[in-house]
Design a protein around this ligand. Sequence first.
Ligand SMILES: Cc1cc2nc3c(=O)[nH]c(=O)nc-3n(C[C@H](O)[C@H](O)[C@H](O)COP(=O)(O)OP(=O)(O)OC[C@H]3O[C@@H](n4cnc5c(N)ncnc54)[C@H](O)[C@@H]3O)c2cc1C
Length: 338
Amino acid sequence: MNIAVIGAGMAGLRAAATLHAVGFCVTVFEKSRGAGGRLATRRTELGNFNHGAQYVTALHPEFQSFLQQAEHQKSVRKWQPHLLRGEKATAGAPASALKRTNTAADIWYQGSPQMNKLITPLLDPFEIRKEHRITCIETAGPRSFILHDDLDGEFGPFDGVIVTAPAPQTAELLQPLAPRFDPIADVEMAPCWAAMIAFAKPLPTAFDAMIHPDPAISWAARNGDHRDLIHRPSPDLWVLHASPEWSRDHLEEDKERIAFLLLEKLHKASGAKLPDVVSINTHRWRYARTIKPLGKSHLSGMNGRVIAAGDWCLGARVEAAWRSGKCAAHAMIETLIG
Ligand SMILES: Cc1cc2nc3c(=O)[nH]c(=O)nc-3n(C[C@H](O)[C@H](O)[C@H](O)COP(=O)(O)OP(=O)(O)OC[C@H]3O[C@@H](n4cnc5c(N)ncnc54)[C@H](O)[C@@H]3O)c2cc1C
């Protein structure tokens, strides 16, 4: 059985690894240069920025054991930042406002040494064809499919296809195939502007992460270990995520202006005098977080041989992507070998 998986994020790789484990021949197509999707890391000469997902939690025991195993393999580590929640998140906040996050029920993990390493345990020896943006899925008979990419490439035939792009991109690929996929259009995903800032010196705050310190900012966090700061030469690296509302209102503005506006917001929210900025970059996530999910783990059509999956099926978290990818793979196995 030849299966194509579109997207090398958590959902796609979870699906691919599951199918590969039962002996299917799997090819993953990914439009970017690297795998991980929104588990993203930007490498710069000043250091690495995790500009997509910030941390991962596990509710389901199976995902918990995936993370524990990944921790054992050193591709994830626990993260326990000094955290401030809400608008009291200012530099002058009393120490009593600081919260250590971790309780037994709320353990935060990060990819190690950077976020995109979280997928390492899923990288079985199946083929990942990077820099191939799939633009069309063509039916070549009732049981086989040909994929086309944006460089006139043609791939297949495949016995089954699993699409794990964000909902609007999945809808674009699948709605022409069958009305069965129409409900994907009802899924809502919010954008997010991310800023990656390198300060010449440590930002003078007692915390290394803030949640919703300002209506415009949903998250700001130091990248790298706070405790390393004494030993680490500057710069101090921060990632900032604008709120969904602010990101939507400023979605089409240019990157320089976004950088300027977000720095101003960080200054206001942190209450700290910002050190000199060595560099600042921004990234526009058009489809960052699911606002309205599909409400089930995946959606099948074409006699179960084409399946839509991704975090947006179940929620807005990495665990949702993991579960959706796994369920999609099991559904494909059920269709093809019963
Ligand atoms: C700014 C931000 C902050 C977040 N913070 C957190 C957090 O703290 N905790 C948490 O649990 N979750 C967080 N999330 C959400 C989390 O990142 C996602 O839930 C999860 O990574 C989604 O995985 P996925 O595989 O479903 O999708 P993706 O990671 O988006 O993977 C889809 C892949 O498909 C590829 N693709 C798309 N179209 C095509 C095509 N036509 N052809 C080929 N490839 C294609 C994309 O390039 C991408 O690699 C955050 C997301 C963002 C953006």
